[in-house]
Design a protein around this ligand. Structure first.
Ligand code: UDP
Length: 313
């Protein structure tokens, strides 16, 4: 919401109330995989904004008559927590939340390859934990990363930032005070790889030069955000690869253990087999020897007895 421009938001040296220069983004950090139940998720911290986006789907759409025969339906549900702003926000969905949900759904529909999943829905739940201006843009940035994390095929990733007028000077990435007291703001969603604008709103009165400058500044800012998004995604997949490698190592170790166990088992079995054999072998010759000796003696004695009989005759 644009203010009347009477509050001093930028000093003569070009420093803003929070100490940033006109073309500076707020410190931005993105985390991936923060909601374990979701198919994909991301958390963005942009200045004091804290927003979580969780993706579920593609999945069956209820009620079924809302399903689209040729593509998936992208549904964003943007909600501000009651505690996310200074004045407690009503928990009932406001007109503003419904409008933001709709425009985020439209922006993401423009990049998701929806025709790959006809008759399904891809639901993106966006929860604002802490709000400090520019939450729709931060939500769009986080939702794009969450979709990528869910493995949803896309033409590109959207990065979004709002620029506007602080005492008639064009500044990048408005925070709450600038959003409320500045004389204009312009949220922009931009896909750098496609060079496509997927969201553009404007509140306040801009000259043509201011509009052009605002657009250029936001596109530059979106490109920087895009780098953060892609670096975070790359890091995520490097971590997954490392985890898989560790798992594979564990598998190899387990296999080796099993092999060793098998070898030990076989050895034991062999030992058990061998032990009774040795005993039998030792006992057998002894018995034979004992048996054979008297037999030989008996055979030798018999002819001796017969010979004297013949001589006598
Ligand atoms: N805001 C608030 N209460 C509300 C809605 C918004 O205090 O019910 C604050 C919040 O900090 C938000 C800012 O106003 O970020 C600007 O809101 P706007 O509607 O311009 O959307 P945004 O800039 O967050 O996309």
């Amino acid at each position: 919401m644009a203010g009347d421009g009477t509050v001093q938001l930028i000093d003569e040296k070009g420093k803003r109330v929070d100490g940033r220069l006109k073309d500076e983004l707020r410190p931005t950090e993105i985390k991936i995989g923060v909601v374990k139940n979701a198919d994909g998720s991301a958390e963005i911290r942009m200045g004091k904004n804290i927003i979580i986006a969780a993706v579920y789907g593609p999945r069956e759409l209820h009620p079924k008559h809302r399903a689209l025969p040729d593509r998936a339906l992208i549904q964003c549900f943007y909600r501000m927590s009651t505690f996310s702003v200074n004045d407690r926000k009503s928990p009932a969905p406001s007109r503003r939340e419904k409008e933001i949900s709709m425009l985020l759904s439209d922006a993401l529909t423009s990049v998701v390859l929806t025709d790959k999943y006809p008759r399904t829905t891809i639901d993106i739940y966006i929860q604002v934990i802490q709000a400090d201006g520019g939450t729709r843009c931060a939500s769009l940035t986080a939702a794009s990363v969450a979709l990528a994390d869910a493995g949803v095929p896309m033409r590109g990733i959207i990065a979004a930032v709002a620029s506007g007028l602080a005492n008639d000077i064009v500044v990048l990435d408005l925070f709450d005070l600038e959003d409320q007291k500045g004389s204009g703001d312009m949220p922009l969603g931009y896909c750098p790889t496609l060079n496509e604008i997927s969201l553009l709103q404007l509140d306040g009165v801009f000259t043509l030069e201011q509009f052009d400058e605002c657009l250029d500044l936001s596109i530059e800012g979106a490109k920087r955000l895009y780098d953060i998004q892609t670096n975070t995604l790359k890091q995520r997949y490097a971590d997954i690869r490392a985890e898989v490698a560790v798992d594979e190592d564990d598998e190899v170790k387990e296999e080796l253990k099993e092999q060793l166990n098998d070898e030990v088992k076989e050895e034991l079995i062999e030992q058990l087999k061998e032990e009774p054999k040795k005993e039998e072998v030792k006992e057998e010759p002894k018995k034979e020897e004992v048996k054979e000796e008297p037999k030989k003696e008996e055979v030798k004695e018999e002819p001796k007895k017969e010979e004297p009989k013949k001589g006598d005759e």
